[in-house]
Design a protein around this ligand. Structure first.
Ligand code: ACO
Length: 271
């Protein structure tokens, strides 16, 4: 079953470990992989035993970007219909991941090129190996970083860094990516899974409804005026209260004020 082999999925202790699994092709994103990712996200999104999704890569790559043969050359051979279809499939799961119900962590173990910046941005947090290598190689083969990638680097990085990566195609390693804030943290490769698990476990202790509203708010307010954001956040908190059947907000206040069992400044209340 080729479709299922290109992505591996393993759920353990409420963490869904999803990995690109075409190591022999450096996890380049083919139409088959893109279609499979959408199905995997569909299957995982509302599972009760999944609280956090981690996106990693098998082998030496996280993802070598779009598959130059299968995503570009072969779909172009089918004309505009084929091109638009493959774009919809890739952009579709990137978007789905951006607004995923559960918090998401990119665990970047190795190569991350071009189109790989799409899912990198889609993940809420990103932890990489010091040994990882990131690059916008598009310029090296004569195109601009499309598929949202230019938008990703402009959103995540200062203009000079975005321009440098775009025009030179230079590689940066994991530590440089962390200094640039392309990722949250960089750790040695042999600590990558351990550190990612720690971060996932930290998120698992938080109110899951509040996490979804909070992560969406961070992305949405970016494009709003202050007044619009203020209004949006008031309404989002009210919607969050409605959706949170555990009434976590009241419980959080109760455990602090009445029970004195925790301090919100130092950690989460007991879910
Ligand atoms: N698309 C299609 N096939 C790829 C891709 C890709 N993006 N990346 C690697 N492969 C294939 C290679 O063609 C090769 O296939 P083969 O075994 O059938 O010959 C196999 O994966 C292994 O690749 P190597 O180049 O031999 O692996 P190596 O470890 O030496 O190098 C590296 C890894 C640096 C990632 C190199 O493969 C590379 O430069 N890949 C292209 C990266 C890139 O520019 N991606 C496109 C970004 S732009 C965009 O996404 C829109």
């Amino acid at each position: 079953m080729e479709d299922q082999d290109v992505v591996s999925v393993h759920v353990e202790n409420r963490i869904a470990w999803v990995k690109f699994a075409r190591p022999e092709k450096r996890n380049a994103m083919s139409p088959t992989l893109n279609r499979r990712m959408m199905v995997v996200l569909d299957e995982l999104e509302f599972r009760d035993d999944v609280g956090v999704l981690v996106l990693g890569g098998e082998g030496s790559a996280w993802s070598a970007g779009m598959d130059l043969k299968e995503y570009f050359r072969e779909t172009e051979a089918q004309g505009l219909r084929g091109v638009r279809k493959s774009q919809r499939e890739s952009y579709g799961w990137f978007r789905r991941l951006r607004w995923f119900q559960k918090p998401t962590i990119a665990m970047v173990n190795g190569w991350c090129f071009g189109g790989g910046f799409g899912p990198l941005f889609s993940c809420d947090l990103a932890i990489c190996a010091d040994e990882a290598q990131f690059g916008l190689s598009e310029i090296n083969w004569g195109i601009l970083p499309g598929g949202g990638v230019t938008k990703v680097v402009v959103d995540l990085l200062p203009m000079r860094d975005a321009m440098w990566l775009t025009l030179t195609g230079d590689l940066i390693d994991g530590r440089q990516a962390a200094t640039m804030r392309l990722v949250n943290e960089s750790v040695p490769l042999d600590r990558l899974e351990t550190r990612t698990t720690e971060v996932a476990e930290l998120l698992l202790k938080k109110n899951p409804v509040a996490l979804k509203f909070a992560k969406d708010a961070v992305r949405r307010v970016n494009l709003m005026t202050y007044d619009d954001a203020e209004d949006y956040l008031v309404r989002m908190q009210e919607a969050c209260n409605f959706h949170d059947k555990s009434e976590g907000r009241k419980e959080g206040i109760r455990q602090f004020i009445d029970e004195k069992s925790y301090k919100p400044g130092l950690g989460s209340y007991d879910l």
